[in-house]
Design a protein around this ligand. Structure first.
Ligand code: IMP
Length: 214
């Protein structure tokens, strides 16, 4: 396990006017925090690391929706490219599970797991693909459910891990970026379902948090 690309507490990202963002979100964004290109470049390397460790057996990849769908799709594309272009190649099967634990930018304290058929994991090498780990509660709840079905191996990759005092101490096997304790949106991460349709990972301004508040 490595700690991923470290983004320091004092790093505040980039001026949004230097990037292309959708017109409908222009007034809502404070800064571009992680540009889309950097996300893709880091994901390419994660795919290589995962294949080095798990590439000897078929992989059962589990996407944690909704926030994980972009990362999942791009990670799978990189893994498929490795399968096509290197001597090592393994079949990948995919499945999806939906979790919910936030309202506005605040954790609700409960984790719901919706629509899962986790019994398919028995004896498999499972790769859980998450968008972000904050307290660690969502992933730990999901992992304990998966483990009831006796997979052969479970590895977790998370695009982002927050450095926060709320953390349970849980660390995934593979980490894209370790980020400061900020609420981020974009690249399928949402604020009350908005901003999933934004390529870059961004920080919202306070006006936007009010505008889209439930
Ligand atoms: P945890 O259970 O506290 O680790 O929270 C993980 C879940 O909360 C993620 O799967 C996201 O859905 C959501 N989440 C946590 N932090 C953020 C954030 O900064 N932006 C958007 N969603 C977040």
């Amino acid at each position: 396990m490595t700690s991923g690309l470290q983004i320091k507490d004092e790093d505040c990202g980039f001026n949004k006017n230097l990037f292309c963002v959708p017109k409908h979100y222009e007034d809502d964004l404070e800064r571009v925090f992680i540009p889309h290109g950097l996300i893709l470049d880091r994901t390419e390397r994660l795919a290589r690391d995962i294949m080095q460790d798990m590439g000897n057996h078929p992989i059962f990849a589990l996407c944690v929706l909704k926030g994980g769908y972009k990362f999942f799709a791009d990670l799978m594309d990189h893994i498929k490219a490795l399968n096509r272009n290197t001597d090592q190649s393994v079949p990948i099967t995919v499945d999806f599970v939906k979790t919910k634990s936030y309202c506005n930018d605040i954790p609700t304290g409960t984790v719901s797991i919706i629509g899962e058929e986790l019994s398919a994991f028995k004896g498999k090498n499972v790769l859980v693909v998450e968008d972000i780990i904050d307290t660690g509660k969502t992933i730990q709840t999901l992992l304990s459910r998966i483990k009831e079905y006796e997979p052969q191996m479970v590895k977790v990759v998370s695009l982002l891990v927050k450095r926060t005092i709320r953390s349970s101490g849980y660390k995934p096997d593979y980490i894209g970026f370790e980020i400061p304790d900020k609420f981020v949106v974009g690249y399928a991460l949402d604020y009350n379902e908005y901003f999933r349709d934004l390529n870059h990972i961004c920080i919202l301004n306070e006006k936007a948090k009010e505008k889209y508040k439930l």
